[in-house]
Design a protein around this ligand. Structure first.
Ligand code: NI
Ligand code: MN
Length: 223
C-alpha cells in the first residue's frame, strides 16, 4: 500500500486495486500538491465537519460518484449537498469493496456552516492486509491503549500541531498506547497556530519499536 500525504490531515491510500482519500482538504490547503479534480478514488473518508477536513469531499464525491464515509450526521449534511454517502458511527465497522473501516472516538468538535454535525471520529482502515489508523483531530485519550491492544497497527497518522489537537508530547504518549510499526505526524505547519518541528516527534521515538516517518506534502510511504 502506498500512503501519500497532501499536507494537514489529508492522505491518499493506494492499494492493489483501490484508492481512498482521507480528509480531502485540497483547494484551500496551502500545503496540498494536488487539486480536487486530480483525485480519482473509490471512497472518501471524512473525520469531521470542519472545513480543513471536509474540504473538497462533496465535489470529489459528485465527480467520482463515490461515497463519503463519515459519521451519520455529517453524511446527511453531505447528501443534502448532492454527495453520495455511507453513514457510520463510532465503534461501527463495515466491509467495503476496498477493505474494512472502523470508526473510533476522537475528542474534538464537528461543525459545518449549518452548525453541529454529530461527533468527530478517527478511522481504522484495513486494506490489502495492512492496518492504518488515522486519529482525526483529537486530544490524547486513554482508549488509544485499547485500540493498540486490539489492532496490529502498521501505520498511525497522528496530529502533532497542538492548539486544536494533541501536541508532540501527547502524540508521543499516543504512540506508546497504540504501538504502531510506523507513526507519521500530521496536522501541523498548515497555519501559524499549529507550527511544530516534526523532527522533534521523530527524535522522541528513538529507542522505541515505532519508526517515525516525516512525509513532506506530495511524498509517499510504502508499506
Ligand atoms: Ni477540526
Ligand atoms: Mn483540523
Amino acid at each position: 500500500m502506498k500512503i501519500t500525504y497532501q499536507g494537514h490531515a489529508c492522505f491518499l491510500l493506494q492499494g492493489k486495486d483501490h484508492r481512498i482519500i482521507i480528509d480531502p482538504f485540497l483547494k484551500d490547503n496551502p500545503l496540498a500538491r494536488i487539486k480536487p479534480e486530480d483525485v480519482e478514488v473509490d471512497a472518501i473518508l471524512v473525520t469531521h465537519g470542519h472545513f480543513d477536513h471536509l474540504g473538497d469531499a462533496v465535489e470529489i464525491s459528485k465527480r467520482c460518484k463515490t461515497p463519503i464515509i463519515a459519521p451519520f450526521e455529517l453524511v446527511n449534511y453531505c447528501q443534502g449537498k448532492g454527495a453520495q454517502g455511507h453513514p457510520m458511527h463510532i465503534g461501527g465497522s463495515y466491509d467495503f469493496p476496498f477493505g474494512k473501516v472502523k470508526l473510533t472516538i476522537a475528542h474534538h468538535g464537528s461543525t459545518t456552516d449549518t452548525g453541529a454535525v454529530g461527533n468527530p471520529c478517527g478511522f481504522l482502515i484495513f486494506m490489502d492486509g495492512r492496518t492504518v489508523y488515522h486519529a482525526g483531530d483529537t486530544g490524547l485519550f486513554m482508549d488509544m491503549k485499547l485500540i493498540g491492544e486490539m489492532n496490529d497497527i502498521d501505520v498511525a497518522l497522528l496530529p502533532i500541531g497542538g492548539n486544536f489537537t494533541m501536541d508532540i508530547d501527547d502524540a508521543l504518549k499516543a504512540v506508546e498506547f497504540l504501538r504502531p510499526k510506523v507513526a507519521i505526524p500530521m496536522h501541523y505547519n498548515t497555519f501559524d497556530v499549529i507550527k511544530q518541528d516534526p523532527q522533534r516527534f521523530v527524535d522522541g521515538l528513538k529507542g522505541s519499536s515505532t519508526k517515525g516517518v516525516i512525509l513532506n506534502p506530495g511524498e509517499s510511504y510504502e508499506i
